[in-house]
Design a protein around this ligand. Structure first.
Ligand SMILES: Cc1cc2nc3c(=O)[nH]c(=O)nc-3n(C[C@H](O)[C@H](O)[C@H](O)COP(=O)(O)OP(=O)(O)OC[C@H]3O[C@@H](n4cnc5c(N)ncnc54)[C@H](O)[C@@H]3O)c2cc1C
Length: 426
């Protein structure tokens, strides 16, 4: 299949994944009254803002996002591995604003007053809303791992939000001597992008194989099983031999303390590991504004009504993307995008006093093992008895040809191009 054809196919699937087709709404419906404010211009928020304008062109849609350029976590591992430039991860809001009619406000939302239906911005401005969609992504939990705070992250980067942290980690990998150890600390579930750490291991090994072949990658994990595990372990072995070692919870993989000064970590059973580069992915929670708005519970994440993603705790506020509790859907960009479409349709239905349309959500997460070797996991979700259920899904086959793995790598590249184009493109 040609790349263009592949891209067109994926674009069609993405538009279906936005739930626009499933929503049973004409693509352009009559104007719904009022204003919808969306907080967060990442995969969930920017996609929701665009879908709202697509479905209801006269609706006032305001997107609040502090960054001028959004840097994607998807493909940031490829940047670490030297397969993508940093610039290729950046996407602007110009098209959303000028072409799609979304009012983009470059600011941070500081507080939500749900009684007054207002959002307060960093400069004190108050913005009224009829419905509010929060898609703030994650915050790292600085209180969860002893020794790991914001200052420590400047020495032991997390790179779990793309941008300056990704560059810092890339610089450290490049500055490392051949024969050095790259150590990654991986949290227990739930966290952003379940297969992300394991793809990162492969991408770092990809770079080492080319430039520092005597180096090693050690993964210390707080759990005993992970997404696409058999496929990752097979791929790591096939492509990188014994360069990557994974230690799970039962093998004393849980890190309980880090020492940024010494560049070392300590496990639950007291083993100390020192490394040339340490990448700490700490436990996470919903972004600050979700917690401030009162939509999160003790878990730190936001429980939602399954059919619409309206908060279970605060009316007229919807939470999508990583911040929401949406299991069995993973915290992925694909899911955030899929939720955005379903929730945009639900918000419009609620403004028009209609019942929400029947939701369908999709997910596919590709992980690169090498430049031309990828694996994937997919899921198709629906509402069953008021709960989100995975009705179909699966992973790449364990037995596959080199061509098959190569085609999946091409699908991954097409997916990234189509997804970012469908959100930030013209
Ligand atoms: C290394 C890595 C690789 C990944 N690879 C993939 C992949 O291949 N495929 C995939 O599907 N997923 C992948 N993911 C997961 C994906 O990045 C997230 O699931 C996705 O970004 C979630 O979208 P979101 O809208 O919830 O949050 P984000 O995309 O993070 O967007 C949140 C936005 O909200 C803004 N914001 C936060 N607080 C405020 C506030 N108070 N006011 C205004 N704006 C605010 C932030 O600036 C940000 O722009 C990966 C993640 C990582 C870490």
């Amino acid at each position: 299949m040609s790349i263009d054809h592949g891209r067109r196919r994926i674009l069609a699937a993405l538009s279906a994944s936005l739930g626009l087709a499933a929503a049973g709404l004409p693509l352009r419906s009559r104007a719904a009254p009022g204003r919808v404010v969306v907080v967060g211009g990442g995969f969930g928020g920017a996609a929701a803002a665009r879908a709202l304008k697509q479905l209801s062109p006269d609706l006032d849609v305001v997107l609040i996002e502090p960054a001028a350029v959004f840097r994607t976590c998807p493909f940031s591992n490829l940047y670490l591995g030297g397969l993508r430039s940093f610039g290729s991860l950046g996407h602007h809001y110009g098209h959303l604003q000028r072409r799609h009619g979304v009012r983009v406000v470059r600011s941070m939302a500081r507080a939500v007053d749900a009684e007054q239906r207002q959002v307060r911005l960093a400069d004190g401005t108050r913005l009224g809303y009829d419905r509010l969609i929060l898609s703030p992504g994650i915050d790292l939990r600085w209180d969860a791992l002893e020794g790991y705070d914001q200052a420590a992250a400047e020495r032991l980067p997390h790179a779990w939000k793309a941008g300056a942290q990704s560059r810092l980690l890339r610089r450290q990998i490049r500055a490392m001597d051949d024969g050095g150890l790259f150590l990654m600390v991986i949290p227990d579930n739930p966290y952003r992008c379940p297969p992300g750490p394991y793809e990162r291991a492969a991408m770092v090994a990809h770079y080492f194989r080319q430039h520092k072949p005597r180096s090693k990658v050690l993964l210390l994990d707080a759990k005993d099983a992970f997404s696409k595990q058999a496929l990752f372990e097979q791929g790591w072995r096939q492509v990188y031999g014994d360069m990557i070692e994974w230690v799970g919870f039962s093998g004393d993989g849980e890190v309980v303390r880090v020492d940024a000064g010494e560049r070392s970590v300590e496990t639950a059973f007291g083993q100390r590991h020192q490394a040339a580069v340490i990448n700490v992915i700490p436990p996470q929670q919903a972004g600050y504004i979700a917690r401030q708005a009162g939509v999160t519970d003790r878990s730190g994440w936001a429980p939602v009504k399954a059919g619409t993603f309206e908060s279970s705790l605060v009316p007229n506020v919807y939470v999508i993307g990583d911040a929401a509790v949406a299991a069995p859907m993973p915290k992925s960009a694909f899911c955030a995008h899929s939720q955005a479409g379903v929730t945009a349709a639900a918000v419009l239905a609620s403004l028009a006093d209609r019942p929400p349309p029947e939701p369908v959500w999709l997910n596919t997460c590709f992980s690169l093992i090498d430049a031309d070797y990828a694996i994937s996991i997919s899921g198709h979700y629906r509402l069953v008895d008021g709960e989100i259920r995975e009705l179909a899904g699966g992973v790449s086959p364990l037995v596959a040809t080199t061509e098959f793995r190569g085609r999946e790598a091409e699908h991954a590249r097409n997916w990234y191009a189509a997804m970012t184009q469908s959100i930030w493109g013209a």
